[in-house]
Ligand binder design. Structure first.
Ligand SMILES: *Cc1c(COP(=O)(O)O)cnc(C)c1O
Length: 418
């Protein structure tokens, strides 16, 4: 459920006409609906009422400080994967006690920063990382709270690039040897073993892989508890899918119910790391048609947003709905919607049957709130897009469009070339 709807054949975000925003801020821009973000957060977080839990938004899906603040105000924490994300989260006002730190390649400096900040927990992913964290914490005279991210070897039945919980993936430690690693970590001076974590993949459209993973984690926790460890947190990662086209993912309430039933009476705090499900359908990318052209094979619509703005179609072949911001044509044709970048892989949609578009028309690329702006780049020296948030009948620029000066910031021509 979201707040991007037509009124009199004009697409609105909440009570604001999208074409009005485009007139003011120019295109392309990302557009987020405050009401949708708030609703998604509450629907997800409230679904876990009845058990101790923390909803730690996976901020790699969208690291806009305005969105981080919104979720923090609603009681959320974040899941970070780098020192840069920690910096952003703190600047946005996220409570460090609700920050968990994931990722296979944490650097010593990043560990130090996180330890000094007092984050809740490190989700460690390898024996060497555990050694390094113990060393860094020792140097700072601190104890690092850790979970080990285990790889439960369940098939999430999603795209191979975003599936992470199979044996063949780079993530975590094999669940069958995790117990030994936990024993090793629990004997280290500067570590406090407090949790178990996993994250099996992204854009999952069934509950069963989550339940399978949870059962395996429960079993592991039982063994760890028997060995005298005090496991306080069970972090189940993120991964709940959304509807891009015709997928029918479970509702957060169905997901939560299945997990609550499987957890039963375990006395733990559950940590969830949703990303896409909170922000994906709360954002769109708005672009303008520059040119249309036709060859013998195809119709092409060239727009002013490209793969540098939204990488998912090029990167994963992902589907994003395309809508005309003004519905003024009934003539349905098949077209490729492409950007200006010099690569054949630069498309936003292929062979899409939608009403014909003409020069100057605005389009909305739907479901672009997750892994949209956060994966964008300035490839082809294209300044990154603006980000706008609508609340009710007002819109706010939450990130300015980059300028040409931004593009060359930090660059230097060495003396010998002068
Ligand atoms: C990417 C990621 C998430 C979020 O995944 P979504 O599919 O966006 O919910 C959560 N946890 C970890 C460790 C991740 O890497």
């Amino acid at each position: 459920m979201h707040f991007f709807e037509y009124k009199n054949k004009e697409l609105y975000c909440e009570d604001v006409k999208i074409s009005d925003i485009a007139n003011d801020v120019k295109t392309p821009f990302y557009l987020y609906s405050h009401a949708t973000l708030e609703r998604h957060f509450r629907a997800f977080n409230d679904a876990f009422n009845g058990i101790d839990h923390i909803t730690c938004f996976s901020m790699k899906s969208n690291s806009s400080m305005a969105i981080l603040r919104l979720f923090a105000n609603a009681g959320g924490g974040v899941d970070i994967v780098s020192g840069g994300e920690l910096y952003r989260a703190l600047k946005a006002g996220v409570n460090p006690e609700k920050i968990v730190y994931s990722g296979v390649g944490k650097k010593a400096e990043e560990m130090e920063y996180a330890l000094n900040t007092g984050i809740l927990m490190f989700n460690t992913e390898s024996p060497q990382e555990i050694d390094r964290l113990n060393e860094v914490a020792g140097r700072l005279n601190k104890k690092a709270r850790i979970a080990i991210r285990v790889n439960p070897d369940v098939d999430p039945q999603t795209h191979p690039y975003i599936s992470t919980g199979l044996k063949e993936n780079k993530f975590g430690i094999d669940i069958n040897i995790a117990c030994d690693e936990y024993l090793r970590a629990s004997r280290m001076q500067n570590l406090e073993v407090t949790g178990v974590s996993c994250h099996i993949g992204s854009q999952l459209t069934k509950v069963s892989p989550f339940v399978d993973a949870l059962k395996k984690l429960k079993e592991l926790i039982r063994r760890l508890t028997d060995s005298g460890m005090d496991i306080k947190y069970l972090d189940l990662g993120g991964g709940l899918g959304i509807t891009y086209n015709d997928e029918k993912p479970p509702l957060p309430s169905e997901y939560a119910l299945a997990l609550k039933e499987t957890i039963g009476d375990m006395n733990l705090t559950l940590i969830l790391e949703p990303g896409r499900v909170l922000v994906g359908n709360a954002g769109i990318l708005v672009a303008k048609v520059l040119y249309t052209k036709t060859n013998q094979e195809k119709n092409f619509t060239v727009v002013d947003a490209a793969m540098n703005d939204l990488a998912r179609p090029s990167l994963y072949g992902s589907y994003h709905g395309i809508r005309a911001v003004k519905m003024d044509s009934e003539n349905i044709i098949s077209m490729d919607i492409v950007g200006p970048i010099c690569e054949s892989g630069d498309f936003l949609a292929k062979n899409r049957e939608i009403p014909a578009l003409k020069q100057g028309d605005l389009i909305a690329v739907m479901s672009a709130g997750a892994y949209g702006f956060s994966m964008s780049s300035s490839y082809n020296s294209r300044p990154r897009a603006a980000e706008i948030m609508v609340k009710g009948n007002t819109y706010y620029t939450v990130r300015e469009r980059e300028t040409y000066e931004d593009l060359i910031r930090g660059e230097k021509i060495p003396e010998f070339l002068k």
